[in-house]
Design a protein around this ligand. Structure first.
Ligand code: B4P
Length: 190
């Protein structure tokens, strides 16, 4: 399975990615997690990514694309993968198309989680208390939502036109959302 999990910031992509990836026996590749790991290790990539992430901006496509290309080339991703939070721009869609067609495969499905904007702010402010992420302040959350609408929402139409978009209600309990994703992907997996 080659899957994408998308949705607005705080929709629960990271939360669901772990379950869905395990269910289908593929690695979850989270660009946000890879950036955060690099930030905490103080790598060159981390130092560059941090200034964008802290401001709620996207890390430049060139940097993000290179990082994903290297990760997808790893052995464990050869049979399939779940991308969490990538692609987020039209340029990233194009780049990913190139990476996947090079392997002779295609994307199976793009799961898009839909969550009310007010619920998202609540979730992220709550996460701020638990994890203390620098990008979970009210101003930065608002900026991230704006950028999502400008740059990432147009991707929904792209994948809908390709006939691989699966929209899933991301409201409610975590387990209920997971069950909805499995039900929606049942047909795709067969
Ligand atoms: P991400 O790490 O992808 O973070 P996110 O969008 O904020 O969160 P996610 O949707 O995964 O929410 P989560 O499960 O944690 O990106 C962070 C930053 O990295 C971006 O802003 C950008 O700067 C950079 N970046 C990443 N990818 C990039 C790319 N491709 N291009 C450029 N830049 C990129 O859930 C949020 C909270 O809600 C958690 O506390 C969780 O416990 C809670 N929650 C989840 N599901 C819930 C439920 N059903 N009910 C109640 N709470 C729930």
């Amino acid at each position: 399975m080659r899957l994408i999990l998308m949705g607005p910031p705080g929709a629960g992509k990271g939360t669901q990615a772990k379950f869905v990836a395990e269910h289908f026996g593929v690695p979850a590749i989270s660009t946000g997690d890879i950036f955060r790991a690099n930030v905490s290790q103080g790598t060159e990539l981390g130092i560059e990514a941090k200034r964008y992430m802290d401001a709620g901006e996207y890390v430049p496509d060139e940097v993000t694309n290179r990082m994903v290309r290297n990760r997808i080339d790893e052995e464990d991703a050869k049979p399939g993968f779940l991308l969490d939070g990538y692609p987020r721009t039209l340029a990233q869609v194009e780049e990913l198309d190139g990476m996947i067609s090079f392997t002779g495969h295609s994307l199976d499905a793009v799961v898009c989680l839909t969550v009310d904007p007010d619920e998202i702010v609540q979730r992220l402010l709550q996460r701020a208390q638990v994890e203390g992420r620098a990008d979970d302040t009210e101003d930065v959350i608002r900026r991230r939502q704006e950028i999502y609408v400008e740059q990432t929402e147009p991707l929904i139409e792209v994948y809908r036109e390709r006939g691989i978009l699966v929209e899933v209600d991301g409201m409610g309990e975590v387990d209920d959302v997971t069950a909805r994703i499995y039900a929606a992907l049942d047909d795709v997996a067969q």
